[in-house]
Design a binder for this molecule. Sequence first.
Ligand code: TYD
Length: 223
Amino acid sequence: MPRGLFITLEGLDGSGKTTQIKRLAAWLERHRLPHIVTRQPGGTAIGDRIRQILLDSRSTGLAPMAEMAMMFADRAQAIAEVIQPALEAGRIVLCDRFTDSTEAYQGGGRELGSQTVLELHRLLCGALQPDLTLLLLPGFEASLARARRRNHRVEQQTGQNEGRFEAEQDAFFRRVWQKYREIAAREPERVALIEGDLSIDEVHEQIVEAVSERLVLAELQAE
Ligand code: TYD
């Protein structure tokens, strides 16, 4: 059986990934393409517990190396429990964030560097690479403002503050942004960069175009 397709979505907090994943999943559904949707951190029972620690704004004093190790612990569990089995069953896996997030946030934002992240990825994730990464980089200020508003709204509704990252300074997010651009420039074959302030429909169209191309390619390779 041909291996499924591994598609990841990346971008700053507030870049509109969640909306776009839902639209893409609906598109796959309409075309009867078997798929699953998952996210990191989280996506497994163990991962959800790790996520709580990572995102809770009360987790003060978490060392950057510990933060990175927990992102990878979450990912290793998700690969074993969810991603690998789905790919082996021939499904399309849509994953909200993957190792590019660790490279951008911990490697760039926390200044731990790309090399450490890539080395850990090789050791802990069997070097599993996405077939396609959709990187959403709308305007920097607009994304951050949206992420902070959303976090405030969720906190008011649920009493939970998952905004440990949103609380970071703009300089942190500038480094994350920069690292994402570096990744896109380094791996243009894998990463489809969708940038600028486009409408939700326009971004969706670009995503569908990139995914369709990849699906055609996968079919050709399977022949
Ligand atoms: P989440 O609420 O899922 O945010 P979003 O909807 O923007 O994806 O929170 C995930 C947060 O964790 C986000 O701020 C990015 C951060 N993160 C890392 O720092 N490193 C990682 O490896 C991953 C997967 C996420």
